[in-house]
Design a protein. Structure first.
Ligand code: TPP
Ligand code: MG
Length: 311
């Protein structure tokens, strides 16, 4: 039997809903070509971002991937500036020049995301080392996909962080896919055992839909970092509902089955708590409408902005 969600769970469900609905709006808008940026949707994976960011203070900082809308929102980025960025307009969070894959909002600790797989992992290590050298208690999380664990820089980053006791939380957002290739087809090693070989503490969350568990586990790991512990490694298993890139479904692409989605669909908090979600829909829709209106009204970047922000 489900227990009634408390205020904390309601807050997390609302954030999950906001992310889901804004990405669904992106899907609706996409055929209009108003959003020309490629989009890697997080639909299905939102609870991972929501749970991780719940445990972070506004001063804590986050590095993530091109699948970053959820993180931008969960870390406190504003919706109108997100939508205008996707539209490529001057009101966007990066003046319309970064697009979906390179979202950053340093003022809320969302330091950056990148199209280059694994490239933000060492950025997280560097930022955490800087915080340590400055004696700050700022915690740093660097999020990457399971595919990123096959990149050399991931291994270099783990080795360096353990060797120098860098207080960074490595988070592997494991949807068991890299584009169309499953984890089992790609890796001869077990990702967690392999990380352990560097001497790092590892934790695995099997249910990436468990908002409360993700929040609680992350809070515990960040407390350990703040107390001067070395790096920590967390894997959260999750499931991507949509195609790797773009607004569509791809269950007919031949690399996975619709039935694979069923257990995740069942434990999806937006389905489990459908009654609560219903009561939140109108307000969430109004918030998204305002963001879209802002993007529509925002002007394209002026030609003289072409070479600014790049030096
Ligand atoms: C260095 C690099 N190699 C290859 C690519 C092409 N590429 C884009 S996404 C992707 C899959 C990455 O999978 P994963 O890290 O698990 O992230 P997910 O897309 O599942 O969130 C690949 C290989 C790239 N963008 N950068
Ligand atoms: Mg993946």
């Amino acid at each position: 039997m489900l227990t009634a969600p408390n205020e904390r769970l309601k807050r997390l469900i609302r954030q999950t809903l906001l992310i889901r609905r804004i990405e669904e709006r992106v899907i609706e808008l996409y055929p209009s070509d108003k959003i020309q940026s490629p989009v890697h949707l997080s639909i299905g994976q939102e609870p991972v971002a929501v749970g991780l960011c719940e445990a972070m203070t506004p001063q804590d900082i986050l590095f993530t991937t091109y699948r970053g809308h959820a993180y931008y929102i969960a870390k406190g980025g504003t919706l109108p500036e997100l939508m205008a960025e996707l539209y490529g307009r001057s009101g966007g969070v990066s003046g319309g020049k970064a697009g979906s894959m390179h979202l950053a909002a340093p003022e809320v600790g969302m330091m950056g995301s990148s199209a280059v797989v694994a490239s933000t992992i060492p950025h997280g290590v560097g930022a955490a080392l800087a915080a340590k050298l400055r004696g700050e208690k700022q915690a740093v999380i660097t999020v990457f996909g399971d595919g990123a664990t096959e990149e050399g820089v991931y291994h270099e980053s783990l080795n360096f962080a353990v060797l120098h006791k860098v207080p960074v939380l490595f988070v592997c957002e494991n949807n068991a896919l890299a584009v169309h290739t499953s984890l089992a087809e790609r890796q001869a090693f077990d990702t967690e055992s392999h990380a352990k070989a560097y001497g790092i503490n590892t934790t695995v969350i099997e249910d990436g839909n468990d908002l409360i568990k993700i929040g609680d586990v992350t809070a515990k790991l960040l407390a350990s970092l703040r107390a001067g512990g070395g790096p920590e490694w967390l894997m959260i298993k999750t499931y991507r509902y949509k195609e790797h890139v773009g607004p569509g479904d791809d269950f007919d692409a031949g690399y996975r089955k619709r039935a694979d989605m069923e257990p995740w669909w069942k434990s999806d908090p937006l389905n489990r708590y459908a009654d609560i979600v219903k009561g939140m829909e109108a307000e969430v829709k109004a918030e998204i409408d305002r963001a879209v209106a802002f993007a529509e009204a925002s002007a394209p970047p002026a030609p003289e902005q072409l070479l600014t922000d790049v030096e």
